[in-house]
Design a protein around this ligand. Structure first.
Ligand code: ADP
Ligand code: MG
Length: 264
């Protein structure tokens, strides 16, 4: 379980996050919504380790992770994607995944990349449904495919599809996994968005804790189990999608009074 307690982050005089507390449990798909500049990406950076919080604490699976570097958090099962997809553009889709699996296993990265971890990378490719673009250079990919690939890279970082040899002991308890997705469906056309959010939901159904930000309400209503609303760095509301759709401050300051949860 992820526990965020009284999280505060200042950038100079700007209070980006102002005392935010929430939890995300294994198997839950939780949306973090709110206007631009509300502090969503900053929350992610404090959870995944790109930023040190000014105050408060972040616990994952019962342990404080605030002092850990991003790579150490990833080793404990905390992975994220970025608002602007982060991929290796000079490589192919398959090579990006091979590299991600290789890095996860701590193997030297650039040795004969074309021959390493092809099987595991292929499994990930199927998971994100990009088989048809396996050998395409990432530079020329449509943005939606790039966003899927970034999700695949995050899954590789969490050990999805890693060969059995990577597990210390076959009978070790599996590492709990948290996936933080910053605007996973931004810039996608509606059918692509729906398909991607189905994939995100299926990951939660497999037991991952999933926290994602999104501006398209069709990627929130009908997808998220629970919704957190950030406004000006504060958690203005949290609850079921229905609670949020009816919340007066959220309607007046973010969703708009005309918002209809049945037709987001
Ligand atoms: P959101 O993701 O909800 O759009 P952000 O977390 O990106 O919001 O930003 C929250 C606030 O913090 C904004 O006022 C933004 O300008 C500011 N901010 C974010 N990152 C930085 C940074 N690295 N340096 C200075 N200010 C930042
Ligand atoms: Mg953001």
């Amino acid at each position: 379980m992820l526990q965020v307690r009284h999280l505060v982050k200042y950038f100079g005089g700007v209070k980006a996050v102002d005392g935010v507390s929430f939890e995300v449990h294994a198997g839950e798909c939780v949306a973090l919504i709110g206007p631009n500049g509300a502090g969503k990406s900053t929350c992610f950076a404090c959870i995944a380790g790109q930023h040190r919080p000014t105050g408060g604490e972040v616990l994952w699976a019962g342990r404080h992770i605030d002092a850990l570097a991003p790579a150490q958090r990833l080793a404990r099962g905390v992975a994220r994607t970025f608002q602007v997809a982060q991929t290796f553009e000079a490589l192919t889709v398959l090579q990006n995944l091979q590299l991600a699996v290789t890095a996860r296993l701590g193997l030297p990265a650039w040795n004969e990349l074309d021959r390493v971890m092809v099987g595991a990378a292929g499994q990930l490719l199927a998971r994100i449904d990009l088989q048809s673009l396996a050998h395409a250079d990432v530079l020329g990919l449509p943005y939606g495919a790039k966003k899927r690939l970034e999700l695949g890279i995050a899954l590789a970082g969490l050990g999805e599809a890693a060969p059995a040899a990577s597990h210390a002991q076959a009978n070790d308890a599996p590492t709990p996994r948290l996936l933080l997705l910053d605007e996973p469906a931004a810039g996608l056309a509606e059918p692509e968005r729906v398909a991607l959010m189905q994939l995100v939901r299926s990951l939660a159904a497999e037991g991952l804790a999933v926290l994602y930000t999104e501006h398209n309400m069709d990627a929130v209503f009908g997808v998220a189990d629970r919704v957190l609303v950030l406004i000006e760095g504060r958690l203005a509301a949290q609850g079921t999608p229905l609670d949020i759709a009816r919340h007066s401050e959220v309607r007046s300051r973010y969703l708009g009074h005309a918002f209809d949860a049945d037709r987001p």
